[in-house]
Design a protein around this ligand. Structure first.
Ligand code: NAP
Length: 270
């Protein structure tokens, strides 16, 4: 029995993966905000699974909640085989958390950084550990401003989205350097998925999601099939995928240096 930890496992693609691995007989830890969604997931689909399923309620846009979850996992689990980072709340505008961090940066990067770095020991305890980070690959190497990570200057949704995606690629460099046996995958779907699209977005994006997703989107269960293959047959090292198709890793001229600068900047504020 493997242990699969899924942030954002209460809805959308994270929930599809939770359902799959519970049905396959594995231990699944789901992190999200809604205990009602988790209860429905376990009760309706897998009445026999409660002893293999744990829910940890957390607001992962808060550094303190990320720390609490990481501590809980370190105290209660001996090993993590797959860490899936799928929590998502789309904000088109800059928003500050009560801790004073830009909310999207905190949810889509600071929290993920804590999970990947502070759970490295539990991942190392697995024979074939893998991190699947829902961070759509394919940003430019210079999509990150290492001197303004919280984007005090000139926030746009596009910039913020590209920056967190690039940061999550750089995080893969740090993680695989520390553990060469680790598979670290940045992944995005190859087309729209009919998920909950959790977020605070403008009318345009809301309408697009409401109209286009039912028409053109695929189901979360269908969308995560390539991820199941990646988790079930992991390969050490970094890789990027859109759906089932491997994509080239973004290569800049000083990626290692950028990764070290990013880690140093983040460690100062965590
Ligand atoms: N859907 C698409 O077409 C699409 C396209 C490109 C990329 N993606 C990416 O794929 C990933 C999964 O997206 P999805 O669309 O399947 O997700 P989704 O249906 O929008 O679900 C979001 C999940 O994140 C959790 N979540 C949101 N805010 C949270 C917070 N502050 N703390 C903890 N958990 C939180 C939600 O939990 P609760 O409901 O329990 O709060 C839920 O489980 C995301 O990274 C998304 O950006 C999706």
């Amino acid at each position: 029995m493997r242990t699969i930890v899924i942030t954002g496992g209460t809805d959308g693609m994270g929930a599809a993966l939770a359902r799959h691995y519970l049905a396959a007989g594995h231990r699944v830890v789901v992190i999200g905000r809604s205990s009602a969604k988790f209860a429905a997931l376990v009760a309706r689909r897998h009445p026999a699974a409660p002893d293999r399923a744990e829910f940890i309620a957390a607001d992962l846009s808060l550094v303190a909640d990320n720390r609490r979850v990481v501590e809980h996992l370190r105290e209660n689990y001996k090993r993590i085989d797959a860490l899936v980072l799928a929590a998502s709340f789309i904000r088109q505008r800059r928003h500050m958390t009560p801790e004073g961090h830009e909310a999207s940066w905190s949810l889509f990067f600071l929290g993920k950084y804590l999970f990947v770095t502070r759970l490295a020991g539990l991942l190392r305890a697995s024979d074939s550990p893998v991190v699947v980070n829902f961070a759509v690959p394919g940003t430019r190497p210079d999509a990150i401003d290492l001197d303004d990570l919280e984007m005090l200057d000139g926030f746009t949704f596009k910039r913020s989205n590209a920056q967190q995606r690039r940061a999550n690629e750089l995080l893969g460099i740090l993680a695989t350097e520390q553990n060469p046996d680790l598979g670290y995958i940045t992944w995005g779907p190859d087309r729209l998925v009919r998920s909950s699209f959790a977020g605070e977005v403008g009318l345009g994006m809301k309408a697009a999601a409401a109209v286009l997703a039912p028409l053109l989107g695929r189901s979360p269960d269908d969308a995560v099939r390539p991820i199941v293959d990646i988790i079930d047959t992991p390969t050490p090292g970094r890789a990027s995928y859109r759906g089932a198709a491997a994509r080239p890793l973004t290569a800049g001229t000083h990626d290692e240096e950028d990764a070290v600068r990013l880690a140093s900047a983040v460690e100062k504020i965590l």
